[in-house]
Design a protein around this ligand. Structure first.
Ligand SMILES: Cc1ncc(COP(=O)(O)O)c(C=O)c1O
Length: 397
C-alpha cells in the first residue's frame, strides 16, 4: 500500500529504537546494560497504585470528559498554585495521553504550513517531528556546551523572522540536563515577547532538579508572559508513571478548547483509571519524590566524575533530569578492528558491540559530538556500565 508523504517523512524515535535493541539483546541472554531508557527505574508510588485499584473497584471505568475529569484538573490547578503561585481556571487545563500527546495536540492546533518554530538544540527527539507533522518548519537553534547548553537572547533574536510563531523551551532539558535561572529565562522571554511568539514550555522534569537550582516556570514571570505561554507537564518522570500516560497543558482557553476538539476526534479522554492515579500523585506526599531525586543526583555525580576521567570524553554536569550528555568526539578518528569511529552512531554501535552498553547517539538530539546516557537504572548497573565504557575506549587507537 502506498503510504502518505506525511508517514514517509516521519522518523522513528531513536530513544525507543535503542531501548528496543537493548531489550532484544537481553532477551537473547546477552548481558547488556541499558543506558537508553527515558523513564525512571523506580516503581510508581504505592498510593498511586491504590488510587487506581480503588477507581476500578468503584467503577470509574467509563468515558470521561475529553479534557479529563474535574477532580484531576483541580489537582493540577492546586499543584501549580502551591508550587509556583500560578492561577489557572479549569477551562485553561487539559489532560492527554502523556505530555507527548499534549505536545502533539498543541503543534496540530497551533501550527501550519509557512510557520517557523524555534527549537533549541540539543532537543528532545519528538519536537522537530511533531512540528513537521503539522507542516510547519522547525528552526534549530544550536546551543553551545560552553554556554551551559542554553540559548542566549542574541542567538534567539537572530533566528526570529516574520514567519516565526513559537519558541519551544524544555528545562531541565532532555538530553542535556541543563536548566535556566530566573535571570536567564527573563532575558530570553523578553525577546520572545517582543516578537509576539507563543512560548511552549515543556517542564516535564521540573521536580528532578539538583543542588541549589530552582525550577521557575516561564508562566510565573508575569501575567502577560503567562498569557503567551502554554505550560506542558505530566506525571511520567516526576512520579515514575510513564506507563499510565497522563500529561497536561495549562494556558490560553481558546488553545485548550481547540486541543479538546482535536482530542475528541482522536483519542478522547486519557484512561479514566490513570486520571484517578494522577490525582493521587499530584495530591499525595512528595517526600518520595525528593528522596528519589537525591538518589538520581548521587548517580549523576558518580557518572560525571568517572566519565571526566576518560581522556577522550568530557562530561557536562547537568542541573536536572536523569541524563548525562558527554562529548565523545575525542574518540572520533580513532579506530577499532579496522573501523574508524566518525560520529555518534559509530560510537554507539562500538559501545554496544564491545562494551555491551546501550547509549543513545547524540545525532538523534541534533548534536553529533555527544551521546546520551540515562542514569535511570541501578547503581550496580551504572558502575558496571561506566567501567565497561572506560575499558572499551582504551581499545581505540
Ligand atoms: C522533554 C520531554 N518532553 C515530553 C516527554 C513525554 O513524556 P510523556 O509522554 O511520557 O508524558 C518526554 C519523555 O521522554 C520528554 O523527555
Amino acid at each position: 500500500m502506498k503510504l502518505s508523504a506525511r508517514a514517509q517523512r516521519l522518523q522513528p524515535s531513536a530513544t525507543l529504537t535503542i531501548t528496543a535493541k537493548a531489550k532484544s539483546l537481553k532477551a537473547q541472554g546477552i548481558d547488556v546494560i541499558g543506558f537508553g531508557a527515558g523513564e525512571p527505574d523506580f516503581d510508581s508510588p504505592d498510593h498511586v497504585k491504590e488510587a487506581a485499584i480503588n477507581a476500578i473497584n468503584k467503577g470509574m471505568t467509563k468515558y470521561t470528559g475529553v479534557a479529563g475529569i474535574d477532580e484531576l484538573k483541580d489537582a493540577i490547578i492546586q499543584r501549580l498554585k502551591e508550587d509556583h503561585g500560578l492561577e489557572y481556571e479549569k477551562s485553561e487545563i487539559m489532560t492527554s495521553v502523556g505530555a507527548k500527546h499534549t505536545l502533539y495536540n498543541l503543534t496540530q492546533v497551533l501550527f501550519e504550513s509557512g510557520d517557523e518554530v524555534i527549537v533549541p538544540a540539543p532537543y528532545w527527539v519528538s519536537y522537530p517531528e511533531q512540528i513537521t507533522l503539522a507542516e510547519a518548519t522547525p528552526v534549530i537553534l544550536e546551543t553551545k556546551e560552553s554556554d551551559g547548553f542554553k540559548i542566549t537572547p542574541e542567538a534567539l533574536k537572530q533566528h526570529i523572522n516574520s514567519n516565526t510563531k513559537s519558541l519551544i523551551l524544555n528545562y531541565p532539558s532532555n538530553p542535556t540536563g541543563a536548566t535556566y535561572n530566573e535571570q536567564e529565562l527573563r532575558a530570553i522571554v523578553d525577546v520572545a515577547m517582543e516578537a509576539g511568539l507563543i512560548i511552549i514550555s515543556d517542564e516535564i522534569y521540573e521536580k528532578i532538579i539538583y543542588g541549589d537550582n530552582k525550577h521557575i516556570p516561564v508562566a510565573a514571570l508575569g501575567e502577560d508572559i503567562k498569557k503567551s505561554t502554554i505550560l506542558v507537564n505530566g506525571v511520567s518522570k516526576t512520579y515514575s508513571m510513564t506507563g499510565w500516560r497522563i500529561g497536561y497543558a495549562a494556558g490560553d482557553k481558546d488553545v485548550i478548547s481547540a486541543m479538546s476538539k482535536l482530542q475528541g476526534q482522536s483519542t478522547s479522554n486519557p484512561t479514566s483509571i490513570s486520571q484517578w492515579a494522577a490525582i493521587a500523585a499530584f495530591t499525595g506526599d512528595h517526600k518520595i519524590i525528593e528522596d528519589r531525586t537525591k538518589e538520581f543526583e548521587q548517580r549523576k555525580n558518580y557518572i560525571v566524575e568517572k566519565l571526566n576521567k576518560i581522556t577522550e570524553i568530557t562530561c557536562f554536569d547537568p542541573q536536572g533530569a536523569f541524563y548525562v550528555f558527554p562529548n565523545v568526539s575525542g574518540c572520533y578518528g580513532k579506530e577499532f578492528n579496522g573501523k574508524v569511529l566518525s560520529n555518534s552512531l559509530d560510537f554507539t554501535e562500538f559501545i554496544l558491540d564491545e562494551a555491551k552498553v546501550a547509549v543513545v547517539p547524540g545525532v538523534a538530539f541534533g548534536a553529533d559530538d555527544y551521546v546520551r546516557i540515562s542514569y535511570a537504572t541501578s547503581m550496580d548497573d551504572i558502575v558496571k556500565g561506566i567501567d565497561r565504557i572506560t575499558e572499551a575506549v582504551k581499545k581505540l587507537s
